[in-house]
Each structure stands twice: as C-alpha cells, then as structure tokens.
Write a protein that binds this ligand. Structure first.
Ligand code: NAD
Ligand code: UDP
Ligand code: UDP
Length: 305
C-alpha cells in the first residue's frame, strides 16, 4: 500500500492485517506519520518502508493499493508540482510494478475529478467540470491523469485495475491541521477558537465515515477482473457546511462562535455521490450516520488534545 501511513491508509493497513494479509506500507511521511501506524509495527505481517512513489519501486506483491497523495487543499497546494508528480509519476510507477509482478492495482481517485459539477448528484458517467489551470488543478488534473493511465494500462496490457472515486471522508487519524473541514471545525470547537465558515457556509458536501469507506475499498479489490470502476464510494447524505458546524458545536458543547471567511477559489458549490453502482456491483452502502461518525471523531481529537 502506498500512502499507508496516512489517514485512510492506516485504517486500510489495519483492516487488511486483521483479515490475515501481509502488508508493506510505503510512505514518504509528507502528510502521514509513523504515529498512525505505530500500533501495527509489532505485527510480523506488517512492514513500513520510507519511499517516495515518484521514484521506481521494485518489490514483490500480489495486490497494490495506491493511496499516496496529499488530500487536503492546504497540503496539496503547498508544493503543487510535487502533487502532480505524485499522482502521475506515482501512478506510472505503481502500474509498472503491477505489470511486472502481475498484481491487481487499485487507485484512490477522488470526487474532485468531477470538479465544480453541473450534474447533481454525480454519477460515474459524468465527465466533470474542472479548471485545468487553477489552485486545485494540481490535485484534480493529477488524479484525472492517473485515471487515464490506469485505463490505458488496462487497454494496452490487459491488467486488472480497480479505480475508486472517494467522496469526502472523515474519522479518527485525520491530520489535525490539514485544513479539511471536519478536522478544522472540531479542533476549533474543542480549543474554543472561532469556527470558520468559508463563503456563506451554504455549499454542500457529503461526508463518509472512514470505516464505511474502507469496507468499500476491500469489496472493490475482491471483485472479478471485469470490474474496473471507476466507482463512487461515499455517503449520499448531503449537508451544508453550516449544518456541519452547528452539529460540531452541539456535540462538543463548545461555546465557539461561527465566523465567516472568504471562499477559496474554485471551491465546489455542491457535491453528493450517486452510489447506485456501488450498491449494485459491490452490495455496498454506508451505515454510519453523520452524527455518530462526528461523535467518534470528536472523541479521537479530544484524546489527542
Ligand atoms: P493523507 O494525506 O492522510 O494520506 C496520504 C498519504 O500519502 C500520506 O501518508 C502521505 O505521507 C503519503 N504521500 C504523499 N505523497 C507521497 C509520495 N510522493 N510518496 C509516498 N507517499 C506519499 O490523506 P488521505 O485522506 O488518507 O488520502 C488518501 C488517498 O485518498 C489520497 O490519494 C487522496 O487523494 C484520496 N482521497 C481522500 C479523500 C478524503 O476525503 N480523505 C477524498 C478523496 C480522495
Ligand atoms: N517500475 C517500478 N517497479 C517495477 C517496474 C516498473 O517502479 O517493478 C516503474 C519504472 O520506473 C517504469 C515505470 O514503472 O519506468 C513504468 O513501467 P512500464 O513497464 O510500464 O514502462 P517502462 O518505462 O519500463 O517501459
Ligand atoms: N471549509 C470551511 N471551513 C473550514 C474548512 C473548510 O467552510 O475551516 C469549507 C471549504 O471551503 C469547502 C468545504 O468546507 O467548501 C470542504 O472543504 P475541505 O477542504 O474539507 O474539502 P474539499 O473542498 O476538498 O471538498
């Protein structure tokens, strides 16, 4: 697994180990941390390796989950050129590795491939509306190009590929300072700082709890070769950012104030997955309600603080 020391990666490592797999976790610790995988280091089936996926990797594996890539706007815009390299060259290297060792290869793509969508909710057939030259483009276009590479390797080399488009996911081990909305609002509420709403707070997102998402990943990896995706995995419950902020204030019992800040450029207005395919092909749907998931996440950040 690449990006195995990150938020999603660490949960996936944990789940695969608990199913009896051996896991090689490859990460350059740009946004991930050893702390996220510390509890796995004593497991003889687990191995951690510091490596940047923009460089070739020669190892022997049966399955590859390619998750390496900073995911929060603050982190992926910090070094945008490296972000594109990670997605594009990282995909080429993982596809090259998969081709050599005949491994199944899984790509963590994103709802950002739909950009600021004019189709709502977003089905997999929608081609998206993405700015190619904006602040988010290093991430969005990098991920789009990675998808292109996955499907071209499939067509040229007949390789087993699995592409998942992940919608906003949250839960324990999110980076506390990565600027993503769930971690930001909870950290602000717990430390009594103002809770920041960008724009008018009426933009929407659909939030999936991490455990649900990981179950979807493993289900997709287990499908027959004919199933390639792309397939949306996310929770179709759609909330405005203001509703999320009010929920966080209620569940933390915080007396922080809501304050308004400028909307970042190209910030999508609304986003909700159409998960018809995931239901039909994987028999998957999310089970954790936003209130429960946010409560568990608050507990995690409380312990961290
Ligand atoms: P994260 O930042 O916690 O994890 C990314 C991991 O990749 C980190 O451990 C980081 O150190 C590592 N990494 C970054 N560049 C690397 C490189 N060049 N070489 C090796 N490792 C590198 O973010 P996350 O939320 O766990 O996201 C994991 C994947 O899922 C990413 O590919 C992201 O784009 C995708 N995704 C996540 C979400 C979400 O809501 N969490 C939504 C859509 C897509
Ligand atoms: N690669 C890798 N590990 C491997 C095999 C390949 O990292 O086990 C990388 C290598 O850098 C190569 C890239 O994957 O350039 C693409 O491999 P492919 O075989 O598709 O093309 P090549 O560039 O070797 O013709
Ligand atoms: N957002 C916000 N306050 C914050 C952080 C984010 O209002 O402190 C907004 C942000 O502008 C966006 C939404 O919350 O509209 C989700 O942001 P995030 O960075 O989590 O993810 P993405 O925009 O990539 O979906």
């Amino acid at each position: 697994m690449t990006g195995g020391a990150g938020f999603l990666g660490s949960h996936l490592c944990e789940q695969l180990l608990s199913q009896g797999h051996s896991v090689l976790c490859v990460d350059n610790y740009f946004t991930g941390s050893r702390k996220n995988i510390e509890h796995l280091l004593g497991n003889p089936n687990f191995e951690a390796m510091r490596h940047d996926v923009t460089f070739p990797l020669y190892v022997e594996v049966d399955e590859i989950y390619n998750l390496a890539c900073p995911a929060s706007p603050v982190h992926y815009q910090f070094d945008p050129v490296q972000t594109t390299k990670t997605s594009v060259i990282g995909a080429i290297n993982m596809l090259g590795l998969a081709k050599r060792v005949r491994a199944k290869v899984f790509q963590a793509s994103t709802s950002e491939v739909y950009g600021d969508p004019e189709v709502h909710p977003q089905p997999e057939e929608y081609w998206g509306r993405v700015n190619p030259i904006g602040f988010r483009s290093c991430y969005d276009e990098g991920k789009r190009c990675a998808e292109t590479l996955f499907f071209d390797y499939r067509r040229q080399h007949n390789m087993p590929i699995k592409v998942v488009r992940i919608f906003n996911t949250y839960g324990p081990r999110m980076h506390p300072n990565d600027g993503r909305v769930v971690s930001n609002l909870i950290m602000q509420a717990l430390s009594g700082e103002d809770v920041t709403l960008y724009g008018d707070g009426n933009q929407t997102r659909s939030f999936c709890y991490v455990d649900d998402l990981i179950r979807g990943f493993i289900a997709l990896m287990g499908t027959e070769d004919a199933v390639t995706g792309p397939i949306n995995i996310g929770n179709p419950g759609e909330f405005t950012i203001r509703q999320l902020a009010e929920l966080v204030l209620e569940l933390t019992g915080s007396s922080s104030k809501l304050v308004y800040r400028p909307l970042p450029p190209d910030d999508p207005r609304q986003r909700r997955p159409d998960i018809t395919k995931a239901k039909a092909v994987l028999g998957w749907e999310p089970t954790v309600q936003l209130r429960d998931g946010v409560e568990r996440t608050i507990q995690y950040f409380r312990n961290q603080l």
